[in-house]
Write a protein that binds this ligand. Structure first.
Ligand SMILES: Nc1ncnc2c1ncn2[C@@H]1O[C@H](COP(=O)(O)OP(=O)(O)O)[C@@H](O)[C@H]1O
Ligand SMILES: Cc1cn([C@H]2C[C@H](O)[C@@H](COP(=O)(O)O)O2)c(=O)[nH]c1=O
Length: 213
C-alpha cells in the first residue's frame, strides 16, 4: 500500500539530505520518482542539502495542481512509484490534499519533508495539513542543538543575531547567516528570545553565570 509520510524537524537537522538519500536509494532499487520543492535556498527548481548536493526539482507554485499534472503524465504512459516533496511547509493545504489523493488514487508513495512551525511558533499551512493527513509523521533522528546544548525544537528568525517576532511568514534564508537569518533554539530560549549572540552579550533573561540561562 502506498503511503504519505511526513519527515519533519527544525531547520538544519538534515531533512533535505534525507530527501536526497531517500530518492537515491529508491532509484538504486529500480523505482521511478519525481522530485518537488518550493523556495529552496539555492534557487528556483532545485533541491539542495547543506552537505553540498543539489539536484533538479519541479518548483511547486501555489496554483500548481499536483494531482492533475501527475494524472495527465501517467495517463500518457509515464511510470511513477514515488514523490519526494521538499520544503513541504510552503505547499498549500489544497496541494497536500492532492498529494494524499496521489497516494490513495494513483498508488504512488509520497515522502514529504519540511519544518513544522515558523519563527513565531505557528504551524505552516502545508505542515498542518500534512499532520492531519499523513499515514506517518517521522521526526528526524539527527538533533539540531540550541546554543545551550539542549535539543533545538524551534526556529528563530534573527537580524544580526537578535531574535525578531515581526515580519512575513515566508522569508527564505539560512542558519548562521548575518542580516536576516535563522537560529534553532530550545523552547525555553525561544520563549525568552535568547540567541547565541544575546546570551553572550548578557540578555536580561540570562543569569550572570555564563551560559546557564
Ligand atoms: N560540513 C559538514 N559536515 C558534516 N555534516 C554537515 C556539514 N554541514 C552540514 N552538515 C549536516 O547537514 C545537516 C543539515 O542538512 P540539510 O539537509 O541541509 O538540513 P535541513 O534540510 O533539515 O535544513 C546538519 O544537521 C549536519 O548534520
Ligand atoms: C522558520 C522559518 C523558515 N523559513 C524558511 C527559511 C528556509 O528558507 C526554509 C527552511 O529550510 P530548511 O531546509 O528547513 O533549513 O524556510 C521561513 O520562510 N519562515 C520561517 O518562519
Amino acid at each position: 500500500m502506498a503511503e504519505l509520510v511526513f519527515f519533519t524537524g527544525t531547520m538544519d537537522c538534515g531533512k533535505s539530505t534525507l530527501a536526497l538519500q531517500t530518492d537515491y536509494n529508491a532509484r538504486q532499487g529500480g523505482r521511478v520518482g519525481r522530485i518537488f520543492t518550493s523556495h529552496d535556498r539555492a534557487g528556483n527548481a532545485v533541491l539542495s542539502s547543506r552537505l553540498g548536493l543539489t539536484v533538479e526539482a519541479t518548483e511547486v507554485r501555489p496554483g500548481l495542481d499536483l494531482l492533475q499534472m501527475l494524472v495527465r503524465e501517467m495517463t500518457a504512459g509515464a511510470r511513477l512509484d514515488y514523490l519526494i516533496c521538499d520544503e513541504a511547509q510552503f505547499y498549500t493545504a489544497a496541494q497536500i490534499e492532492q498529494l494524499a489523493r496521489v497516494v490513495d488514487d494513483l498508488g504512488v508513495d509520497v515522502y514529504a519533508f519540511g519544518i513544522l512551525s515558523d519563527f513565531r511558533t505557528k504551524l505552516f499551512e502545508g505542515s498542518a495539513r500534512l499532520i492531519e493527513l499523513a499515514d506517518r509523521v517521522e521526526t528526524l533522528q539527527v538533533q539540531a542543538l540550541c546554543w545551550c546544548g539542549k535539543r533545538a525544537t524551534h526556529n528563530a528568525r534573527t537580524i544580526d543575531g537578535v531574535m525578531v517576532t515581526e515580519g512575513e511568514q515566508l522569508v527564505v534564508g539560512d542558519t548562521h547567516t548575518l542580516a536576516v537569518g535563522y537560529e534553532v533554539l530550545c523552547r525555553r530560549h525561544h520563549r525568552r528570545r535568547v540567541t547565541a549572540k544575546t546570551a553572550g552579550a548578557g540578555s536580561p533573561d540570562t543569569l550572570p553565570f555564563g551560559q546557564s540561562a
